[in-house]
Design a protein around this ligand. Sequence first.
Ligand code: HDD
Length: 751
Amino acid sequence: SQGLAAAMPFNPNKAGEYGDAARTPAQGATHAPADPAATGSTSTETIASAKLGKGQPAPGGNPTTDPLDRVRVDAAGQRLTTNQGVPVADNQHSLKIGLRGPTAMEDFILREKLTHFDHERIPERVVHARGSAAHGYFECYRELGALTRAAPFAQAGKRTPLFTRFSTVAGERGSADTVRDVRGFAVKFYTEEGNWDLVGNNIPVFFIQDAMKFPDLVHAVKTEPHHGMPQASSAHDTFWDFVSLMPESTHMLLWQMSDRAIPRSYRTMQGFGVHTFRLVNAAGESQFCKFHWTPMQGTHSLVWDEAAKLTGADADFHRRDLWEAIEAGQFPEWELGLQVFSEEQAASFAFDVLDPTKLVPEELVPLLPVGKMVLNRNPDNFFAETEQVAFCTAHIVPGIDFSNDPLLQGRIHSYLDTQISRLGGANFHEIPINSPIAPVQNNQRDGMHRQALNRGRVNYEPNSLGGGCPFQAGAAGFTSFPERVAEDKVRGSAELFADHYSQARLFYESQSAVEQNHIAAAFRFELTRVQTPAVRARVVAALANVHPVLAGAVAAGLGIEIPPPLPLATDRPMPEYAPSPALSLFSRPGQTGIRTRKVALLVADGVDGAMVREVYAALLADGAVPRLVGARLGRVEGVDGSELDVEITFEAGASVLYDAVVVPDGEFGVAALGRDADALDFVRQQYRHCKPILVLGAGAGLLHEAGVPPALPDGGADPSLIGAHGEDLAQALAAFKEALSRHRSFGRETD
Ligand code: HDD
């Protein structure tokens, strides 16, 4: 707790939790957005709405908190009541006819309480049920009027509040965070021209090309219907049966079998809008656009063995990580980059930009950085915000428009539709987290749970009795881009959609050797779980069209010969592909150094306490999160007589929860650790998972006992396995921090 708590829990505007003083974060204690007036910043968080009033909001304020204030409830100092506001005298006993008699039918307090409880659950999302979210803002780097009239890009420095939810896809609401899966990356921008939802994933392509196939895909990947297994995993027959009969999924499968699908943190994932969208400027001119979110924290992933163990050690690993980083004031940031290209350019590409199984290589259309997203406030209430937030691809604003991507076209229907059953009616837009900061005025009325008290007699348009209001906005309102379409009405797909393998090959060839090995291992694992040999063989037959090395490695892992490749639907040459280095996770190490990285310092009676303290302080100073881990809670005594408080035990703080380990000096302490199976496992797993290890003096004995190769002062062949004695501690610490900022040392990987 010393690490994160030292930075003080921070949640501006969350008065309920930290008292009214928390509304104005103390100077130096937080990373609150700077006061534009004081810094001379160009920030123009100008707002004008009935809910919010006009003009600049309070510095560091977030316009979405004001509408949420309306519904914030704080019980401090309040008496208990029923839902009708009747004070409750006794909340422990039902009303009985005699102390040993039956309960009275008239006990309205009991009945109200139980009835409400019986209805506390709502249907979980049919996909992306498991997720976590946070509030924040988007800050625009530059005015983009030439490209789009969308409000968030209207001015350099402009801030637009937003709410972002990350999720897994296949698992149920209570499933583990670290399973192999695609991650959802959904952002709701509360613009003054209405809400814009960019509902993306951490992978830039998708499994299928047409929304018609989505229910089948989801049925195939979710638990099998007869026995409800497996939970949150694609490693089963129905999924691989479906995708092996759907060659268009091959590109996405390579991403899903890559380390992208086991991120270290939500904070270390890229996000993608996936589809080609349109930007439209005030003159009505349009360009195509792809949206990319790039994490400032770098792109980092787990290793598979670690991910599997984490599901047991902490099923909330990603949820906790996001929450703790924000509470500690270490606000995660992503840069928004646009790939903008004209229709003419698109027509010259060797792939179809309307095909969501294809990406636009950054080498072909570079990213234009246009702003950043900062997540700086955790929700007050998980259900009210994270669970009830309703993202819809149909939620776009003037300046953004759809393309004809057939997957996107189907999504435009599906999201609105699903919210109606999930959130119990057509008024889900009135739930505070979904309600825009822009005023809502129309003639839609009534329905379940209606909140607005629409006044007057006019609920139709055109009208004269209401002075014609609300009136059509005309050119100031949303106008669809008038794309010319003159075609036959058909079911089918465009010619270039038939190329299923070129970009899968591009992706594979763009990966480092380490990443390629991980992809092959993931296919081997998943297909080993598949029980039907013909399904396994069909997947390898698809991979034979991607790359002979990959197909060979997977076939060898399954103990089969490479089958003849699946037939190709097109043999068009695909000229512009070369390896795209931007597709490797290693191309984005990040800019936040060792901040928020968790480091375990192993302790026992007899370790060198002074040295442990020195390392602890040095890590804390650079924003890392050190923890003293021992066999049991309480105090251990160092050889020098110093006392150390164990913060967590090996049982509760398993190795997989830490990014690195420090093995202490002190012969007796090291000998004690060497007799502890948990301590030995801890060191072995840190080594196996390629994490930085700092070994102080006699600590070398623990590595030996654990069967880990010896550490050298400069790291030697393994730059993340660093040995140190008292005199060269500073140098070793520097090397350790450097290794920690790189995250892992895959050179030592053997499995
Ligand atoms: Fe979807 C949820 C992302 C294709 C239908 N989807 C959902 C969420 C994300 C995505 C991030 C969770 C939003 C949240 O946090 O609440 N979905 C994608 C991406 C896709 C995609 C990036 C392809 C590019 N989805 C897709 C298709 C359909 C749907 C083709 C249907 C035709 N998706 C849904 C849904 C969900 C959903 C059933 C479930 C819960 C919800 O919408 O709110 O409507």
